[in-house]
Design a protein around this ligand. Sequence first.
Ligand SMILES: Nc1ncnc2c1ncn2[C@@H]1O[C@H](COP(=O)(O)OP(=O)(O)OP(=O)(O)O)[C@@H](O)[C@H]1O
Ligand SMILES: [Mg+2]
Length: 313
Amino acid sequence: MIEVQNVSKSYGPVHAVKDVSFSVQKGEILGFLGPNGAGKTTTMRILACFMPATSGTAKVAGYDVFDQAMDVKKRIGYLPENPPLYMEQTVRDYLRFVAGIKGISANLVQQKIDRALELTSTTEVSQRIIGKLSKGFRQRIGLAQALIHEPEILILDEPTVGLDPAQIIEVRELIKNLAGDHTIILSTHILPEVEQTCDRVVIINKGQVVAEDTTAGLTHKLQGVSSVRIEAVGDPEAIKVVLGSIQGVAKVTHTAGAYMVESMAEKDVRGELARAMVKNDFTLLSLQSVGMNLEEIFLQLVKTENGDGRIEA
Ligand SMILES: Nc1ncnc2c1ncn2[C@@H]1O[C@H](COP(=O)(O)OP(=O)(O)OP(=O)(O)O)[C@@H](O)[C@H]1O
Ligand SMILES: [Mg+2]
């Protein structure tokens, strides 16, 4: 349904997106995950025909986003990073206006507006002025305008931004319910969003795709590494040397009062770690295995050059 091939986009000297390729199958929810400045919005704008790529091709529902933009626009619903709302209009007037732009025939407008309001749980605010609504409600109206013409494909740029926890759950449920009939690509920098909502994930960092897999597959792929968390009393530098000298240990870090020991999964080093601590007279307070969750995988994949796993914008 969506085919992106070798797409690059530069803003003058800034290479926002570099040689990005991925695809989304019909009925699938793809999570486009990356830290700030990764190139998510840029890619989505290209897919929504908001601006052309510098090079490469992208097809949506079989149509080229550059050569056949009108055909693409008819088939997509796009929620931009900043929804295009008219602050002085009421919600209903705004949606009527959007319905007109999207070419919904007059006899269907009322029905489609009601459906969009219902799907986004905004019926109660339909007579309110948009500018006076809270950020979360404005975000939902943004979603309503993306859905109103029942498009085959939804392109949602950070759909849960600004929502409270209850609304986040609701919007995630809504997105999941729309899948199947709709093909959805959503961007996010929130990991649980991908884990809970998406079938597949493309991870992007500094304009490049660093991983593409099913949510489960990605976790599995990186299970070659496991970690042990240790709390102990003693000189941190000396403890790091002792732990690091054990065979099978790949890396030791000391943060927030605990030591994280990374080792290869095939080798269970816990016994040796405990023995080495005691032998060297350090007081061992706790020692536990921690599986890698998607968050750690993400950090591993987007590690910066200085190697400390910090995400930089
Ligand atoms: N109009 C522009 N002119 C110049 N540089 C831009 C422009 N838009 C984006 N960029 C740059 O392109 C890069 C990618 O930005 P983009 O907005 O696509 O990232 P993003 O993944 O959506 O980030 P965020 O999570 O903060 O929304 C950034 O370095 C950004 O500064
Ligand atoms: Mg963005």
